[in-house]
Design a protein around this ligand. Structure first.
Ligand SMILES: Cc1cc2nc3c(=O)[nH]c(=O)nc-3n(C[C@H](O)[C@H](O)[C@H](O)COP(=O)(O)O)c2cc1C
Length: 320
């Protein structure tokens, strides 16, 4: 189901080429100041436009349908919607017969008995993450003074990445990237020892972002090659402050009061004009596909603010 959270509950809806997309956030206490202006900065960070991102342009202006009155949250469910105006469904007609390798065309068609809306990737489109970013704006207010910042650390294995990006775009190919996320001012004690460990809850929502391929906390996979004396974080005082952060700020599923630190691997965009083989549902043959249309050469460029929103939502849910 398309919902997440126990106390800060979100339910996401919409398709890339439907009339509107959005999110319902339930559980937000009354009295939090909230206006459409609060969304401007994070919406512009998610928006396309930079080199390597899709030429599709949308205004991304939030309509707050419910749950806010006189500039404050009311305590009732907050529904936020965004218009889809710049759609070109004809770009996607071919994918009904020729599912794009790496995208959700094949799985969504099979799962929904051929009724899935594939236009623009439908409900699997990166466009749907706009709802997450909107909920993140509210979550960021709830988790204060905790502050979450995500940044790109590399694209296609490069930093700087401009040349690699330009070459991939020229070749009709795509690139992925790595996003590093840190949360400061973390209190000790967030998270449960087992199934709702802080890593589990963060991973749960981060993997809801389309195209995420991996997540590692602190030293992550490199920890497997370290000795305990290298990976352990020496504890320096009664607050639990550590002298390094190999565990990413979490021990036993519970925040240890140090900075929360994790990295996310984002895959290269599936829709590429390099020819690839796919199965034609109509002819029953394996055929060549060049995925034309408007796509991000590297959607990782747009992911930092989405990761920030996802983590803020997870933290808001656990803190409340
Ligand atoms: C912000 C954002 C933008 C995206 N843009 C594209 C795109 O232009 N073309 C594309 O093929 N995939 C794009 N994706 C990735 C697809 O949505 C994703 O690969 C697809 O839903 C399949 O899911 P999976 O990669 O998790 O298996 C984007 C993802 C995000 C988060």
């Amino acid at each position: 189901m398309n919902r997440f959270g126990n106390k800060f509950r979100i339910s996401i809806f919409g398709e890339s080429h439907g009339p509107q997309i959005g999110i319902v956030v339930d559980g937000v206490p009354g009295g939090i100041p909230l206006s459409p202006d609060d969304f401007t900065e994070d919406m512009s960070r998610r928006r396309s436009g930079a080199s390597g991102t899709t030429p599709r342009k949308e205004a991304d202006v939030v309509t707050i349908v419910s749950g806010v009155f006189n500039g404050h949250t009311t305590g009732s469910p907050i529904c936020m919607t965004f218009m889809n105006n710049n759609t070109r469904p004809s770009d996607y007609e071919k994918f009904e017969s020729h599912p794009r390798p790496g995208h959700a065309d094949f799985t969504a068609t099979r799962r929904h008995n051929g009724y899935a809306d594939l236009r623009g990737g439908g409900h699997h489109s990166g466009r749907v993450t706009i709802g997450l970013v909107a909920a993140g704006v509210i979550a960021k207010k709830i988790i204060e003074p905790v502050s979450v910042v995500a940044k790109i650390s590399e694209i296609g294995g490069f930093n700087p990445w401009d040349d690699a990006l330009a070459k991939a775009a020229e070749a009709g190919d795509s690139l992925g990237g790595i996003i590093e996320c840190r949360a400061s001012e973390m209190p000790v004690g967030i998270g449960e020892p087992f199934f709702d460990s802080l890593e589990s809850v963060i991973s749960h929502i981060v993997f809801a972002i389309p195209g995420i391929r991996g997540i590692e906390f602190g030293d992550g996979f490199a920890a497997s090659k370290m000795k305990g004396s290298q990976h352990n974080d020496p504890i320096a005082d009664e607050t639990g402050k550590t002298l390094k952060n190999g565990s990413g700020g979490i021990n036993g599923g519970i925040s240890n009061g140090n900075e929360l630190l994790f990295r996310v691997a984002v895959k290269p965009t599936s829709s590429i004009s390099v020819p690839q083989h796919t199965f034609n549902f109509y002819s029953g043959e394996v055929e060549e596909l060049r995925a034309e249309g408007r796509h991000d050469t590297c959607f990782a460029l747009r992911v930092p603010v989405i990761v920030e929103a996802a983590v803020s939502i997870a933290l808001a849910d656990l803190l409340m």
